[in-house]
Design a protein around this ligand. Structure first.
Ligand code: A3P
Length: 303
């Protein structure tokens, strides 16, 4: 009988921070030293905030909306921090910009970014929809049993030692960098409200001057329904990782998988009980006190 790799389970604590099990012990230290190229684009998010959507838009932008060229980029791959994927990125071709995704806290992002090298697109999403999306993802991938019940997940999500960090810590700290020249702070809800406007903003940010037709093409290529067909039924391509440590499956490889679940704003209303929502609001109000990030967070939109 063929041996199947064991699925990842559990979490991993490094320097007091809880990571998913796909993180190697030396990642935090090594990722800081990652050599950044001038044309690098980092898509940075708290998990489930539109990372893949924004990455797909950026890849489309640098390819002028030409899907054949976008295909040459291959799968998005895992975030930089999983399986030390960033080491693999060192050998990526230099003839096109690297578009890389990550969820690491700001103090683990490559140091050179803070010296102005490369560009960072940070995408925030309201914490209630993020929680629901994250919970569905964890349930589907089954790598952390203690988070499989919604009430357990939500309780953990509101604590500072949540796996991948607390939504509050990650978002508030990145928000402090919003005015840096090589940072752009967007929101998932803003992208839902004005998809085309955000594509134009991203084109300006990465200095790509595209025609109106190309912009329309990119908007069409990156709608939820068009992305859904491309992103359903695939686990990340682990072959891309070469011989990096811990090469194994991330969940059951036979399981149908989609990061494209609902793609809406306000889905939290179908999940939170009244009591959970009240508790959440109390904690939210306390944590967000004094931050203008509050003005950017939209829990619902008229779209
Ligand atoms: P839901 O689970 O709420 O549907 P990430 O890429 O960071 O893992 O984020 C996944 C979330 O982004 C999922 O949210 C997914 O549906 C949503 N998403 C992905 N592509 C999208 C698109 N083109 N338009 C709107 N939402 C999208």
């Amino acid at each position: 009988m063929e041996d199947k790799p064991a699925p990842f389970k559990g979490d991993k604590v490094i320097n007091g921070f809880r990571w998913p099990p796909m993180v190697c012990d030396d990642m935090p230290e090594e990722l800081r030293k990652f050599k950044v190229r001038d044309d690098d684009v980092f898509i940075v998010t708290y998990p489930k905030s539109g990372t893949n959507w924004t990455t797909e838009i950026l890849k489309n932008i640098v390819c002028g909306g030409d899907l054949e060229k976008v295909k040459e980029y291959g799968d998005h791959g895992p975030p930089l921090e999983y399986f030390n994927f960033f080491k693999k990125c060192d050998s990526f071709p230099t003839d096109k910009p690297r578009v890389m995704m990550t969820h690491v806290p700001v103090d683990i992002l490559p140091k050179e970014v803070f010296e102005g090298k490369g560009k960072v697109v940070y995408v925030g999403r309201n914490p209630k929809d993020t929680a629901v999306s994250f919970w569905h993802f964890i349930k589907e991938r089954r790598f952390l049993e203690e988070y499989e019940k919604w009430e357990n997940f939500l309780a953990a999500y509101l604590k500072p030692d949540m796996m991948c960090g607390s939504w509050f810590d990650i978002n508030l700290k990145y928000y402090e960098h919003r005015d840096a020249k090589n940072f752009l702070f967007l929101t998932y809800e803003g992208m839902k409200l004005d998809h085309k406007g955000c594509v134009i903003q991203l084109c300006d940010f990465v200095s790509r001057h595209l025609t109106n037709e190309q912009v329309d093409l990119i908007v069409n290529n990156t709608t939820f329904s068009n992305m859904k067909s491309k992103f359903t039924g695939k686990l990340p391509d682990m072959k891309q990782l070469g011989n990096l440590p811990k090469l194994t499956a991330m969940g059951d490889p036979n399981q149908k998988f989609s990061i494209m679940r609902k793609g809406v704003v306000g889905d939290w209303k179908t999940q939170f009980t009244v009591a959970q929502n009240e508790l959440f609001d109390e904690i939210y109000n306390e944590k967000m006190k004094g931050s203008s990030l509050r003005r950017r967070v939209l829990f619902e939109i008229d779209a």
